[in-house]
Design a binder for this molecule. Sequence first.
Ligand code: SF4
Length: 655
Amino acid sequence: MRYSETGYNLEIDLSRGNIERVETDPKLTELHLGGLGTNAKILWDRVPPETEPFSPDNLLIFSTGLLGGTPAPGANRTIVSTYSPQTLLMAYSMMGGFWAPELKYAGYDKVIFRGRSPNLVYVWINNDKVEIRDASHLRGKGAVETAELIKQELKEPNAQVAAIGLAGENRVYTASIEQGRSSASRLGVGAVMGDKGVKAIVVRGTKDVNVARPAEYMELCNEVLKYIKVREEHPVPGVMTILQGLGSPQEMKHVDEEWHTQNFMWGNARTRKKDYWNKEVEEKWKETQENVRKRLISCYNCPMKCGAIISVPGISTYMMKCFSKLTYTMAAYSDLDFGFKIAQRATEYGVDGFSTPQIMAFAFELKEAGILTDADFAGCPSDNEGKFYWLLDRIARREGIGDVLANGTYWAAQQIGKGAEAYAHNNIKKHEQLPLKLGMLNPVYFLMYATGEKINITQIEGQFPQSPFPTMAEREDFVKDWIQVPDEKFKRYLLDWEMRGERSNPYYPTVDMSVDIVDWQEKMHYIDDALGVCSGLSSFPLKPPYHMHNYPRFISSATGIDMDEAGLTQVYKRNRTLLRAVNVRRGLRRADEKPPEDHWKKRFPELEAKLLDAYYKFKGWNNDGIPTKETLHELGMDYVSEDLEQRGIIKNGQD
Ligand code: SF4
């Protein structure tokens, strides 16, 4: 018997209408765990690197994680992987909610789509019965509306639905996959779903998921719940409000937005409004948020409440989570009220609430600069809010200038020309990033931005504080109960980190320390993404309940696989290196690992080069970011080096 996983994937060929239940190789679970790890392996094995994202040969994989659907709190992530139309690299986007556990209960670890359906369809997975059904009546419908209509049609109110809106149907590069309480938004996974002709995937499952040693496993789960409670009662002092507790930043609970609104840039990363937050704004924002927020909501089996049901008079109710309440507001230089209104329409269209507002702000900046003209905006209202609604409609429908903008700022700037490239100043690997521009370079963040392939708001941050604590007493207090550190040296790194002077940014943490810190943070994210555990309870917040010391026990008691910290570190290295190899084969090189020019006011080219050199060396990659033959051999991945050698990417055994 397979434990914690079902041992079966659902393979759906949309071109032929063929559905297969395929047994998976348990050896792959030992090597990669599941989720992101096995997704990367499938893409490596089955999708040639020349494949265009919008090709029937591209795969679209929906994966549960190895612990998904077990009683482990927060083990509910769906990891969606494919090749991204925006970066042309491997996309992996996550969603929480209830979809992945439901898929496990239906008897599958992954759903893998290949081909392209000639007509718009939805897939209905009802335990062993799987059907491809006509979705022509759902064409153009909103993502949330689609889920409701399908549940009514099937008379299955408890089914879990992942759906795209009009943006996905129209292959807008920032199209998301919406799932009621969560969404997979980054890197255009919704556009690939639209290209494949799949409007929705509906799941209902009533089977069991078995774990190898249930009593031991339940004890571990109870320990996590107990620790969550302790952490909730002891918020971390000395850090900004949203980092004090657990969960994905609990934006729907917090009303204090002084830090975000004054430190993040407004518009298309254009201006910082240093004096924005005052008593009057604070009261108005509190009132607006509390008026529209009907209820805080959680994902499957999680005591946190990171999302909220939002109801604005005259507009359908929807779910919002995380930072999206601010992204439209700040892009449009508007107020919170506007953000809550427009986000409803954007959710129905199914677009990434992070990139899309920046694309719109970018377009209006191009108009002000005379690069786009009145003709491009014919019919656009003149009021600020009206303008943003108008443009959102054009982008989702790919109409007029919206057709160009639907490809994101990087590609749109290339198409528009006339100097538009200078306004797409917020991208890494061709994708919109956090509109945050800072003064002094932080070496750890430099590395995370440069090398991260998740292209996610949180990149790979989380375990180590974002900035030093001002006093030694605060630092000592912080390290006192820092049980999560994989090595005591991290406590010393933090204790010695000063706000100013020799041991401050950019030269402290030193190059080697920065690499260590990034590696730890990255390790936690990659393990979460393979296990399907929400980063909000693990890799993202400070002092989380899951960490390197208890994860091996979770894996062992759930699966029966003998796992210790060294073994888990090896799996992480394998997954990280495989993902890098997948992207290297698609052209990723050192030259792409470049945070935006203006991300920090002061840059240190020599230091930045040293950081990258040291990071690559630590990973066992060459100076261009390509895993070496030796590293691949150590990780049991000679098949990767053979392929890279055949393609001339690894030459003379190394370079
Ligand atoms: S921490 Fe928040 S986002 Fe994560 S599973 Fe729990 S409720 Fe969902």
